[in-house]
Design a protein around this ligand. Structure first.
Ligand SMILES: [Mg+2]
Length: 383
């Protein structure tokens, strides 16, 4: 183990670049490794550990585990933010549509496929319209906006910007507030983790709760919760449950699934991913002692079953931002398709992030305009 890996394993200082790389690489690794158990109802820990030791076997060759829609769309988000030097909904929407048309077999859900097909139309002027038309005008509350949101936390410096653009980015495919607010929550979790906030877990979760209290006060959130027969402040309610569960000395997988969920709805997976990270900050029974926190997080996410690739991808992004790139086993990185590209995107996002003084960040958020050296497309404003 390298000195940096040892430091990461014991929670020592992690550089910001390492956190950026860790966030995107661990997200891809979670997606690739988690694909094995997607949709499985009962995943014994033995099977997870067997799968992971297979991944550690470097003789299997490079890039053997393929990524799914989570990584494919996350790459589009990162690429668009870099090319346009900020959020440009037209560019991002076209990028999703193009990615889908080039590689449709990445496990996209049938709902989002309808949206992506419409986004490919050159006649379309309002790129948010196809998502709004979904499910009889109710919009999707799936976790597709949240699974790809991490690059927003790497591109924007303030929590306010991460909130604003995570929401807009998600609304290109998920117009129900339960869908885009899940993306906001996941974006904020990565944002806080990048700043080292997970070293104080209680404050981390309290901060997420207070952020989401503001988000869920909005009329759209109140209306959608009512329409879906949910209690008010659904994300805050789940986050309070996360808090109760992490305070308990022991909690079973069954309890986690029944309290938080493991499904494809954002409400049933984003708080779950956050719980996985918090729960695995400490060594856990049943997980190998040699595992560091990042390995524990991914292994534990898989053991919950359900939407394992997306939950492991989201938990991976938050955990990777905390532990840094050194904590992602080399053998895992070598076994997963798309890791090198994710690492490259993370390094470029780090440069973009570093290039903004806090003043620039405000300008970026206010104008929502790419800088002059961006390509010659003309993004529209969205407010
Ligand atoms: Mg997937």
């Amino acid at each position: 183990m390298s000195a940096a890996a040892r430091l990461a394993a014991v929670g020592g200082p992690v550089s910001t670049l390492s956190r950026f790389r860790g966030a995107l690489v661990a997200a891809v690794v979670g997606d690739c490794i988690g694909g094995e158990f997607e949709g499985a109802e009962d995943v014994p820990l033995d099977r997870v550990l067997q799968h992971l030791s297979g991944v550690e076997d470097e003789s299997r060759g490079d890039g053997i585990l393929q990524y799914s829609d989570d990584t494919a769309m996350m790459r589009c988000v990162a690429d668009s933010l870099l090319t346009r030097v900020g959020f440009d909904e037209q560019d991002m929407a076209r990028s999703f549509a193009k990615e889908y048309s080039l590689a449709p077999g990445r496990g996209y859900g049938s709902g989002v496929i309808q949206v992506l097909r419409k986004l490919a139309s050159p006649q379309l002027s309002d790129v948010f319209q196809p998502a709004r038309a979904q499910f009889g005008g109710r919009g999707s509350f799936g976790n597709g906006g949240a699974m790809r949101v991490a690059p927003f936390a790497l591109a924007f410096r303030s929590a306010a910007e991460v909130r604003k653009y995570s929401r807009l980015g998600a609304m290109l495919t998920h117009s129900c507030s339960l869908g885009y607010n899940g993306a906001v929550l996941q974006g904020l979790a990565v944002h806080l983790s990048l700043q080292g906030a997970l070293s104080l877990p209680q404050e981390f979760i309290n901060r997420l709760i207070s952020e989401m209290e503001v988000v869920e006060k909005e009329d759209s959130a109140q209306r959608d919760a009512k329409a879906l027969n949910l209690a008010e402040f659904p994300y805050c309610t789940r986050l309070h449950r996360v808090k109760e569960l992490i305070e308990r000395s022991s909690v079973s997988v069954e309890e986690v699934i029944s309290e938080l969920g493991n499904g494809i709805a954002a409400l049933q997976s984003v708080p779950t991913a956050i719980f996985c990270v918090l729960h695995c900050l400490e060594p856990r029974e049943g997980l190998p002692e040699r595992y560091g926190g990042l390995e524990r997080t991914i292994a534990y996410s898989l053991a919950l079953g359900g939407d394992t690739d997306t939950i492991a991808c989201m938990a991976g992004a938050i955990a990777g931002a905390h532990y840094g790139i050194e904590a992602v086993p080399r053998s895992w990185q070598m076994s997963c398709e798309g890791v090198e590209e994710a690492d490259h995107l993370a390094k470029r996002l780090y440069k973009l992030y570093q290039s903004q003084s806090s003043g620039d960040a405000v300008t970026m958020s206010d104008s929502n305009q790419p800088q002059s050296h961006a390509s010659n497309q003309h993004p529209t404003h969205t407010n």
